[in-house]
Design a protein around this ligand. Structure first.
Ligand code: ACO
Length: 327
């Protein structure tokens, strides 16, 4: 059976940097509090001309160049996002058009901060079963458009960004997506979300009383869930593959909060050098977080062909999951 092998990777973040010092001017907060509670020092924020599509296309072009693959060779484009330019058409169709990927199908996957994990899991079986040969998987979010920059409990956490990988079906290799677990718990839907803009409260009816046009988050509940979910997904995927945490060469978790990352690494007993962290530079870029981290890990020479990489994410839904990949 062919494997879904990563051929190329790239990422794109907006130019505008929002530092902790900048946030001190907007809300009652300080660098020490943000650093201690989250590990975040700065994040990137889209300017008026940037969007989910422009970031996705920039990341995708880099991934295609890195893979040495032309847009016309793509059979499928999947974008993991909850912040597409519009409710419809899909983000993936806008990316398809701008890339000139004239032979590709296109669909979005809505799994918030686990969007990249879920997208990889949706596309890999198409390659493994021979339905398609080449696919582009993008993880991206532009949560700054839904953040209330007068709410200190959320505005310090989020940033914008996109990462993309090109997958190719390959025979006779042990590289590729090895296994995946995907999990969900809708009883936690109330802990993080956006009330308006969907069909329950459509934008043409204005903002119903008591609701907000900004994202809301019960930080402590999400924190408790995240700490358990990261370890849970990793342990399940290791058990399914018969591998041990000691086999992992690099751990690339969703970059939401340094403390959550550290507690997951501790549960897996992974040494610091096997844990990739860039949350200090970008904050939580939701669907963009894992592919941006993978792309930087490759650039820095910390992730090489043949390495075993564990990616794991969690997010609004609630959802969580892990992909184990032989890079
Ligand atoms: N600056 C200063 N003080 C602050 C700030 C701030 N930016 N934000 C909150 N505080 C205050 C609170 O008001 C509170 O004060 P009080 O005790 O007087 O009421 C105090 O700091 C402690 O607040 P806590 O909420 O208890 O702080 P905690 O240690 O839990 O950290 C945090 C908060 C960082 C939000 C943490 O709960 C967290 O990381 N949660 C998970 C968030 C997450 O991962 N979200 C991503 C979801 S993925 C997706 O789908 C998008």
């Amino acid at each position: 059976m062919p494997k879904a092998v990563v051929q190329g990777i790239g990422h794109a973040v907006p130019e505008k940097v929002l530092t902790n010092a900048n946030l001190e001017e907007l809300v009652e907060t300080n660098d020490e509090w943000i650093t201690q509670r989250t590990g975040i020092k700065e994040r990137r924020i889209c300017g008026p001309d940037d969007s989910c599509t422009s970031l996705s296309v920039a990341a995708a072009r880099r991934a295609l160049t890195n893979a040495g693959i032309a847009p016309e060779e793509l059979d499928m484009i999947t974008v993991g996002t909850v912040t597409g330019d519009f409710p419809f058409p899909s983000a993936s169709c806008l990316v398809q058009e701008q890339l000139g990927a004239v032979n590709a199908g296109a669909f979005d996957v809505g799994a918030a901060c686990a969007g990249f994990i879920y997208s990889m899991a949706s596309v890999a079986p198409m390659l493994e079963t021979g339905k398609i040969k080449t696919a582009l998987v993008v993880g991206v979010d532009v949560l700054s458009r839904y953040v209330d920059y007068t709410d200190r409990s959320t505005c310090v956490l989020f940033g914008d960004g996109a990462g993309a990988v090109v997958l190719r079906a390959e025979e006779g290799t042990d590289r590729g997506v090895m296994d995946t677990v995907l999990l969900s718990d809708g009883t936690g839907a109330k802990h993080i979300g956006l009330d308006v803009g969907g069909t329950k409260n459509p934008p043409n009816r204005g903002i119903p009383e008591g609701m907000s046009p900004y994202l809301y988050m019960a930080g402590a509940e999400v924190y408790r869930f995240a700490v358990g979910a990261m370890g849970d997904a990793c342990e399940r995927v290791l058990e399914r593959t018969g591998l041990a945490a000691t086999d992992i060469d690099l751990f690339v978790p969703h970059q939401a909060n340094l403390r959550i990352i550290e507690s997951a690494a501790k549960r897996l007993e992974l040494p610091n050098e096997k844990v990739f962290v860039n949350v200090q530079k970008y904050g939580n870029t939701s669907g963009g977080s894992i592919p941006i981290a993978l792309s930087e890990a490759v650039e820095q020479g910390r992730l090489k062909k043949g390495d075993l990489v564990m990616t794991v994410g969690f997010g609004a839904g609630l959802v969580w999951g892990a992909n184990l990949i032989r890079w």
